[in-house]
Design a protein around this ligand. Structure first.
Ligand SMILES: *Cc1c(COP(=O)(O)O)cnc(C)c1O
Length: 359
C-alpha cells in the first residue's frame, strides 16, 4: 500500500538527532519558552527573511493571535469584515470568528483553487478592514493584484501560510504557519509560528501568546496560553535545514505528475510558475471523485480529500449555510489529493501515474 503520507518514513532519518536532543532538553530541565524556542524563532525568521518569528501552539492560534494583535493595536475592531477565500481549510475561517470579526467569502479560480482577485473588490465596503489570504495547497496566491487592491482600499493583508513553508512569498506581510506533523515543515505534535516585520505587532504577540504578560505575573492584555514548546522547537530546529530539499523533492514528484498523467477524466491543477508552489498537496479533480478514490485504493494507493465540505456549508457555521458559492462547492465535490512527499520512490510514483492513466 502506498500511504498518502508516510510520516514515520519521513521522520525516520532524524531519529538519532531527535533522541539525543530529547535527552538534552530533558537534562536541562527547562521545558517552556527556553533556548530551543528562541533558537527556532531566530532560525525561522532568518529562513523567512522576516524581522520576527513568534512561536505559538498551532496554526489556528497563529491566525487568531495575529487578528487579536491587530485588534489590540487598534488596526482592527470587533465586527470588522475580513475578506477570506471561500475555498480554504476551516481553520482560516474559525480564526476570523474567534477574533470576533466577520468573514466575507470570495470564490476561487477553478483552475488554481486560490482566491480570484477579480472578485475581491465587489466584496469590499466601509466595514472591510483586512484580506486574510491563503496559499492553498502550497501555491502562491495572486499577490500583485491582491496587494494592489489592499493598498487601494487601505486593507491589512495577512497570509495563512500553513500550507506554504518555504514558498517564495511576495511583499512583507504578517504570516501564520502551522507545524502540524503533516505540513511541509512538521513537528512531532502541534506547533505554530507567526512571521512579521512589524515591531509593534511582534511585541504584542509575544505577550498575547503568554497570558498577555510580558513580565511574569503582570497581565497587560487578555491573552491566551499558546506557546510552542521546547521539544517541538528542538525537533523543528533539526528539520528546518532540510525543508528546501523536502520542497524540491515534492516539486519533482509534481513535475512527473504534470508531464505523465494523461487521462481525459482527470483534471490536473494549474500552476503557471512551478517556482511559486511548494506542493504541500497535489490536488486533481474528477467528476466521479469517490469512484476514483476507491479504484486507487483497490490498486494500493491511498488518497485524501482536501476538503469534503466547504466552510460555509459546515454545520458549525449555520449563519453562512444559505450562501451559494458554486465554484467552491464544485471543487469540494471533485477534488482528490494524490500522495506527494520526499519519501515516495520513483517506482511508487510510476505506479500512481500508470494506475491513473488506465482509469
Ligand atoms: C493546517 C492548517 C491550519 C491550521 O493549522 P493547525 O496547526 O492544525 O492549527 C490553518 N490553515 C490552513 C490552510 C491549514 O492547512
Amino acid at each position: 500500500m502506498i500511504k498518502f503520507l508516510d510520516l514515520h518514513k519521513l521522520n525516520q532519518p532524524f531519529e538519532a538527532q531527535f533522541l539525543s536532543k530529547t535527552k538534552e532538553v530533558l537534562d536541562k530541565g527547562w521545558y517552556i519558552l527556553g533556548e530551543e524556542v528562541n533558537q527556532f524563532e531566530q532560525n525561522f525568521a532568518a529562513f523567512s527573511n522576516a524581522k520576527h518569528c513568534i512561536g505559538v501552539g498551532n496554526g489556528l492560534d497563529a491566525l487568531v493571535l495575529i487578528l487579536k494583535g491587530y485588534i489590540q493595536l487598534g488596526n482592527l475592531q470587533k465586527g470588522d469584515e475580513v475578506i477570506v477565500p471561500a475555498n480554504t481549510y476551516i481553520a482560516t475561517v474559525l480564526a476570523i470568528l474567534q477574533a470576533d470579526l466577520v468573514p466575507v467569502f470570495v470564490e476561487p479560480k477553478i483552475d488554481t483553487y486560490n482566491i480570484d482577485p477579480d472578485l475581491i473588490s465587489e466584496n469590499i465596503n466601509s466595514k472591510t478592514k483586512a484580506i486574510l489570504l491563503v496559499h492553498l495547497y502550497g501555491q502562491l496566491a495572486e499577490m500583485d493584484q491582491i496587494m494592489e487592491i489592499g493598498y487601494h482600499h487601505n486593507l491589512l493583508i495577512i497570509e495563512d501560510a500553513a500550507q506554504a513553508h518555504g514558498l517564495n512569498f511576495k511583499g512583507s506581510h504578517t504570516r501564520a504557519f502551522s507545524f502540524y506533523p503533516g505540513k511541509n515543515l512538521g513537528a512531532l505534535g502541534d506547533g505554530g509560528g507567526i512571521t512579521t516585520n512589524d515591531d509593534k505587532l511582534a511585541e504584542v504577540l509575544l505577550s498575547l501568546r503568554n497570558y498577555g504578560s510580558s513580565k511574569k505575573y503582570y497581565c497587560d492584555f487578555i491573552g491566551v496560553n499558546s506557546r510552542l514548546d521546547e521539544l517541538q522547537a528542538a525537533f523543528l530546529n533539526i528539520k528546518l535545514p532540510h525543508l528546501q530539499a523536502e520542497n524540491e523533492a515534492r516539486k519533482n514528484v509534481a513535475k512527473r505528475y504534470f508531464s505523465e498523467i494523461k487521462n481525459s477524466k482527470i483534471i490536473l491543477p494549474t500552476c503557471e510558475n512551478i517556482d511559486n508552489h511548494v506542493f504541500h498537496l497535489f490536488v486533481i479533480r474528477t467528476e466521479n471523485r469517490n469512484q476514483l478514490q476507491e479504484y486507487l485504493l483497490d490498486n494500493g494507493i491511498e488518497t485524501v480529500i482536501h476538503y469534503p465540505i466547504p466552510p460555509h456549508k459546515q454545520k458549525a457555521l449555520q449563519e453562512f449555510n444559505h450562501l451559494e458559492l458554486p465554484i467552491t462547492e464544485k471543487i469540494h465535490r471533485e477534488v482528490l489529493s494524490l500522495p506527494i512527499s520526499s519519501v515516495l520512490t520513483e517506482e511508487e510514483i510510476s505506479h500512481i501515474i500508470s494506475t491513473l492513466n488506465s482509469y
